[in-house]
Write a protein that binds this ligand. Sequence first.
Ligand code: ATP
Length: 238
Amino acid sequence: EKTENLLEINNLVVRYGGIEAVRGISFGVPKGKIVTLIGSNGAGKSSTLRSVVGLVKPAAGSISFKGEDLLKLPTETIVTRGITMVPEGRRVFVNLTVAENLRMGAYMRKDSIDKDLERVYTLFPRLKERSWQPAGTLSGGEQQMLAIARALMSKPELVMMDEPSLGLAPIIVQEVFEIIREINKEGTTILLIEQNANMALQTADYGYVMETGRITLSGTGRELAENEQVREAYLGRA
Ligand code: ATP
């Protein structure tokens, strides 16, 4: 059975001056699935995501979303096509309240957002309790939840997450991944990049291992979690 790829990346190359950060990678993100790119610091994962949303201009290759070439579009337009990114390090607006942060996530929309606010408050009850607090007063885990909730406010079909577990305590990491599964169950496709290979592979339908700009291994989340090389290099046990 062939699943339709929502996002398709072919032979992507990203260069920064003389550094080739991404060296011709190809992969697809099937509609309705969770796909993860794992790999160590500097492997080229962020550069790949940033290329998708137009924050980096690739040197070569193609990126398409629902068959449309994204490389021609500016970032604002890409968001309206149905892709949002949850950036690394959360980056919520610390001086704005939780509710204001959520409204910022929907700034491109012209329709009513009341239903979506309700939906994210149902998914994240703690954000509802704290809706009037400045985001800067939230814990790290709550700020990550807020960053994810804010991304959902634009009603994306594809959410891309850059290291959502970074700097969070293990118990909070569990919560973040539960939320990711929940959002996916409700129909949102997810592309997740992670150094926390363990959680990412447990959660993802498909995974790709990136090393110095190349994809070196791929498979289902389970296959990769059981792969000897992956276990040695990324899961800290042989
Ligand atoms: P990280 O987990 O640190 O984000 P990553 O796998 O996402 O790692 P990238 O951030 O894509 O990797 O970086 C890939 C390579 O490109 C690294 O060698 C990095 O130093 C380099 N790089 C990234 N951004 C820039 C930039 N703006 N200018 C120059 N070099 C960069």
